[in-house]
Design a protein around this ligand. Structure first.
Ligand code: NAI
Length: 254
């Protein structure tokens, strides 16, 4: 795996940071983005070594950011074998609020980042992948989308988040079927509750109820999502293209 290159969005913390670590451990060179946390991002580069890992600030919700980002990755590491669309945002947006403008803004921002950010960056990264040599059994590139259990469940107080992740799962299927002949495979991972900054507030408010609802009896760690992403990036799952792997302690088994 020593010649592989991955581009990971939102790599400065949480699941993204552990994805960067897991890929680097496997010998993959990783270019990752961060939104604001320059200090944490550069600390991760220092932890893993500048020869292997590089980072750049990039807003995944800004369509103008994707082409320069892919160009920077190519300039630094020469190719993109794997794109991991990890960056995402989460906020409550209840049905029974009384602020229609806030409801609309929530849906728009959530879709701009969680769906259109991933869709647009995949489009640009796949232009590069199509131009690359085949690395294994007809595969030129891999797209891994970090979705959510919310994609499947019908969320009660954050329908926008669930819908954005459901669309991301569907987009994954479309890449798998629509781009297979171009040598591109695609996967989604759908985590349940994972102990990161994103889940801190919800876990603080209702930790016992959430844990009680998880047959495994615990909230997952970001490393437990990262190890699956690393496996999907390894090529070992290429013929399973189009599938979604649930990582939720059996809290929602489909
Ligand atoms: P986190 O909040 O710790 O990390 C999210 C990352 O995305 C951060 O690095 C952040 O800077 C980045 N990001 C957010 N908006 C961005 C933007 N506009 N441009 C660039 N980067 C941006 O959360 P966590 O848990 O690590 O989330 C990673 C992924 O996992 C997200 O897509 C999230 O939806 C998903 N997920 C998380 C779950 C959890 O319980 N923590 C459960 C299910 C899915």
């Amino acid at each position: 795996m020593h010649d592989r290159v991955a581009l990971v969005t939102g790599g400065s913390r949480g699941i993204g940071a552990d994805v960067v670590r897991a890929l680097a451990r496997d010998g993959t060179r990783v270019f990752f983005t961060y939104a604001n946390a320059a200090g944490a991002a550069h600390a991760l580069v220092a932890e893993l070594g500048e020869a292997t890992v590089a980072c750049a600030q990039s807003d995944v919700g800004d369509p103008a950011a994707h082409e320069p980002l892919v160009a920077r990755t190519i300039a630094r590491f020469g190719r993109i074998d794997t794109l991991v669309n990890n960056a995402g945002i989460f906020a409550e947006n209840p049905f029974d609020g009384d602020d229609f403008a806030a409801w609309r803004a929530g849906w728009k921002r959530t879709f701009d980042v969680n769906l259109f950010g991933a869709v647009d960056l995949a489009y640009v990264a796949m232009q590069q992948m199509r131009a690359q040599d085949v690395v294994a059994h007809g595969v030129r590139g891999r797209v891994i989308n970090v979705a959510s259990r919310a994609a499947h469940r019908g969320e009660m107080t954050f329908a926008d988040y669930g819908a954005s992740k459901a669309a991301l799962v569907n987009f994954t299927k479309s890449i798998a079927r629509g781009c297979a002949r171009a040598g591109i495979v695609a996967f989604a991972v759908a985590p349940g509750f994972i102990e990161t900054d994103m889940a801190t507030e919800t876990l603080a408010e209702s930790g016992p109820a959430i844990r009680g609802d998880i047959p495994s009896g615990r909230v997952g760690g970001p490393d437990e999502v990262a190890s699956i992403v690393a496996f999907l990036a390894s090529g070992g799952a290429d013929y399973a293209t189009g599938t979604t792997i649930d990582v939720n302690g059996a809290s929602y088994v489909r």
